[in-house]
Write a protein that binds this ligand. Structure first.
Ligand SMILES: [Zn+2]
Ligand SMILES: [Zn+2]
Length: 829
């Protein structure tokens, strides 16, 4: 069964009730969620039921090894994620025997997150799970919960391989939400090729966030990138710091933050100081001891014995890491055991005493007396003066260590934080209620995500505000000018492709290692299984014997599948002066996010990457405060491996097939934070990466392009411009974003001998996005043409045909030529 309804419609109750009943009845429940944070939240909810028969525990990367044994033997409600199921639970199913034997229900929560390549991996992991269940004689019910989606039953069937019923009627009470579509103004600045530059969505979001927080409006700002979220938080904090400095607290209403003349006025009424002064008094009262601050706490102090009841509020000693440890059984012991040492050391390093020679805080951004290396300073606001007003705003992202995340979530719930800038990490179901407004900086990729994010606003059925702020981007521009593309439209279907051979192969190996594969297993894994097995045998990965297929190699087969996409190893981001680990990024993203010279932001702190060492898997960073952000640019080569489908399109031909793409990050662009102004393009020396994937491409014959060339159109520039814009618009038709796909355009491609424009899936083996583009080509290219013609610029700008990741510095581009090319595709001669 799949329940597919809006935010806060009671989906949790729909699965919790039968799940808990299964436990009370002697069965076990496996609960899967894409994020650890959501599992922690669910655990909290279960504990609050105070049912001693329900022995619930999270089982994820943060679970100490000593607790794991207890969980395997005794827990009957296990909350985990697909990664743990893949790497730990399924490979060691024998040690989970008693759990699997009694398994009654598998809850797959927030399953709309399982799209594209990640979704395809999860689909195969669920098939492996079903097979292990058969082994232990259990046939659990699969109960899926999803945000609103088109055809949820069909999606659920692809995800699980099982027949599915769907529940889609949402009868929960709701207030009304006012939706604003907000286009930032063009500025005086000029970008590449003299193109006008729009004010950035993050700058507008930071202004709105600061204003709303001053007005006591509890606000969540969704920003597409992790870096963007951190920039919004940093900028909004700086604005509040300006207000705090210029307006000592007198009990009079505070002004809105300064805004450039070109910006549109906000819709908020003048804020009332009394609203937040009561909060201030409360916080001041419980935080009157200067020693009760994390930067003064003993390094290991917070990790021991702080049992943390929900009512205690943020000042009850910094209960880092201990707040969510299971209360029963395994809680004692592991906290002090050596095995926990590494994680503890890390956390202590992050929040402990400031090392000598630590970078000085920047008074312009962090005016309080917080230590600069203390990311949790906001958790203990000392609002004896206004200088701590900025601490009401924080940033959240999925990559944070667990203890940081949980303290932050709690602070938002209890009002210590009034404004939070986040990536869609929070969209994945962390239970944050009681919000008044949601800012969405940049199109979130799908209508489903838009409504999901907008649905976060509105406490207890009250009215709410949601603002979609357009980025300087073709799709965003198109949408704020075409509200009919948003309202009254069905949400998208969730796209995944479990038959992707790059996904299926590794999971067949993992399945064979779990329990040797037999003929009877083949239907579970889909129609391409037989061919895939033959390939694996030929490659020496599996051995075929009369009784079935066996994994006989020594390495772990689960290492073959990198289920979060990406692939390759993890790069650790380390501060060079202190050696502290800030976080990690996967290797492909490292080329674009932590290359030498990149600006890297962590919890509002800004770092510059001194060096990216791909051999040592380390990026060394130092604290810095540049006033610019960086964008990596790559160049791409593409060759056609096979053409699977073709059909005529206007005067040209449309194709879909398999391609090999070679990408190399060659330089990075520096852009001023607030204005988006171009500051320069710095070269980089990184190795190329090769990718086999799927692409959609169109070609135009000489008979169609020669007249255009004779009319003075730069064909290369026209094709390039059409490629950029079409990459920008494809996310309207496939559940992807422009960073999931790439493109190549050329006046004359070696494989086709014609003018050719490619758009490809940026994941090994493809993810279904290009295929969707092929299926919807007419609508897609029509919208592309519409986005270009409706842009008010003269010769092209980032809102229509320029791309921030263009490896050619957005040269050449021909805006009018792009429209002419698209015309030849969209009309027959
Ligand atoms: Zn434009
Ligand atoms: Zn380009």
């Amino acid at each position: 069964m799949i329940v597919s309804t809006g935010t806060a419609s009671g989906k949790s109750l729909a699965y919790l009730t039968p799940a808990v009943a299964s436990c009370l009845d002697g069965g076990t429940v496996l609960y899967l969620t894409p994020t650890k944070a959501l599992a922690a939240d669910q655990l909290r909810g279960l504990r609050e039921l105070h049912l001693t028969q329900v022995r619930a525990a999270t089982y994820d990367g943060d679970t100490p090894f000593e607790e794991r044994t207890w969980i395997r033997r005794h827990a009957n409600y296990v909350l985990t994620n697909p990664d743990m199921l893949h790497r730990s639970i399924l490979p060691r199913h024998a040690s989970w025997m008693s759990f699997f034997r009694r398994l009654r229900m598998v809850v797959v929560d927030e399953c709309h997150g399982y799209r594209g390549v990640f979704g395809s991996h999860v689909a195969q992991i669920l098939r492996r799970l079903r097979r292990v269940c058969v082994r232990y004689g259990s046939t659990p019910t699969f109960l899926l919960a999803s945000a609103t989606a088109s055809e949820p039953g069909a999606f659920a069937m692809r995800l699980t391989g099982l027949e599915m019923d769907e529940v889609t009627v949402d009868a929960s009470p709701k207030g009304s939400t006012t939706i604003a579509l907000w286009e930032p103004p063009l500025t005086e600045l000029r970008g590449e090729g003299g193109a006008p530059v729009r004010r950035t969505a993050t700058a507008e979001a930071a202004d709105l966030l600061a204003d709303l927080v001053l007005a006591d409006v509890r606000t969540l700002a969704f920003v597409r990138s992790r870096r963007g979220a951190e920039t919004v938080a940093l900028t909004a904090r700086a604005k509040l710091a300006d207000v705090a400095f210029s307006m000592p607290y007198t009990g009079t209403p505070l002004p809105a933050t300064h805004r450039p003349e070109t910006a549109k006025p906000t819709t908020t009424s003048p804020p009332q100081a009394t609203h937040w002064s009561s909060d201030m008094a409360l916080n001041n009262a419980i935080d009157n001891d200067p020693n009760n601050r994390p930067d003064h706490a003993p390094v290991n102090g917070p990790h021991h014995g702080s049992s943390h009841s929900p009512g205690q509020g943020p000042s009850s000693s910094p209960a880092i890491g201990s707040a969510d440890r299971p209360a029963q059984g395994p809680a004692q012991g592991p906290a002090d055991s050596p095995a926990d040492g590494s994680a503890k050391g890390l956390a202590a390093g992050r929040c402990g005493s400031a090392p000598t020679g630590a970078p000085e805080s920047d008074p312009a951004h962090i005016p309080s007396r917080n230590a600069p290396d203390n990311p949790l300073s906001w958790a203990l606001p000392d609002i004896s003066d206004l200088s701590n007003l900025p601490d009401k705003i924080a940033a959240y992202r999925a990559g944070y260590l667990a203890e940081d995340r949980r303290v932050l979530e709690k602070a938002l719930r209890d009002g210590t934080i009034m404004g939070l800038a986040t990536t869609n990490a929070l969209e994945l179901g962390v239970d944050v209620s009681g919000l008044d407004a949601v800012l969405i900086a940049g199109w979130p990729g799908t209508r489903a995500s838009l409504w999901q994010q907008a649905g976060r606003a509105g406490r207890d059925g009250q009215d709410a505000l949601a603002v979609l702020i357009a980025r300087d981007d073709p799709l965003d521009t198109y949408l704020v000018h075409h509200p009919q593309a948003l309202f009254g439209q069905p949400v998208e279907a969730i796209v995944l492709d479990p038959d992707n051979p790059y996904v299926l192969g590794p999971h067949l190996c993992a399945a064979a290692a779990e329990i040797p594969l037999t003929e009877a297993d083949l239907p579970i894994f889909g129609p391409t299984t037989t061919d895939a097995l033959d390939d694996l045998v030929n490659q020496g990965m599996l051995r075929a014997r009369p009784t079935g297929w066996f994994w006989t190699r020594r390495e772990r087969p689960t290492d073959l599948a990198d289920i979060r996409g990406g692939g390759g190893s993890l790069i650790h981001v380390v501060e060079s002066t202190t050696g502290r680990l800030l976080g990690s990024v996967d290797e492909p993203s490292a080329h674009t996010t932590v290359h030498t010279g990149a600006v890297y932001i962590h919890q509002g702190e800004t770092f510059l990457v001194e060096a990216l060492d791909l051999d040592a898997d380390v990026a060394l960073v130092t604290a810095a405060n540049p006033d610019y952000s960086t964008f990596a640019r790559d160049i791409t080569d593409i060759s056609i491996l096979s053409t699977q489908r073709s059909h005529p399109l206007g005067q040209g031909t449309l194709h879909f097939g398999e391609v090999e793409v070679t990408r190399q990050v060659v330089s990075y662009l520096k852009r001023r934070f607030q204005s988006g102004e171009m500051l320069g393009d710095e070269p980089l020396d990184l190795p190329p990466r090769t990718l086999r994937t799927r692409a959609v491409w169109w070609t135009l014959p000489a008979s169609a392009v020669t007249p255009l060339a004779e009319a003075g159109i730069d064909l290369g520039g026209a094709a390039h411009a059409a490629e950029h814009a079409s990459i920008g618009l494809l996310p309207l038709f496939a559940t992807c974003d422009r960073w999931d796909i790439g493109g190549v355009s050329t006046e004359l491609h070696a494989d086709t001998g014609l003018l050719t424009v490619f758009v490809y899936d940026g994941h090994e083996g493809g993810a279904g996005f290009a295929e969707r583009g092929y299926a919807r080509a007419n609508d897609w290219l029509t919208a592309t043409r519409e986005a270009i013609t409706s842009c008010e610029c003269d010769r092209g700008c980032p809102s229509c045909i320029q791309s921030p990741k263009c490896g050619n510095g957005n040269e050449p581009l021909d805006k009018r030529g792009a429209v002419r090319l698209l015309n030849t595709l969209l009309t027959t001669a």
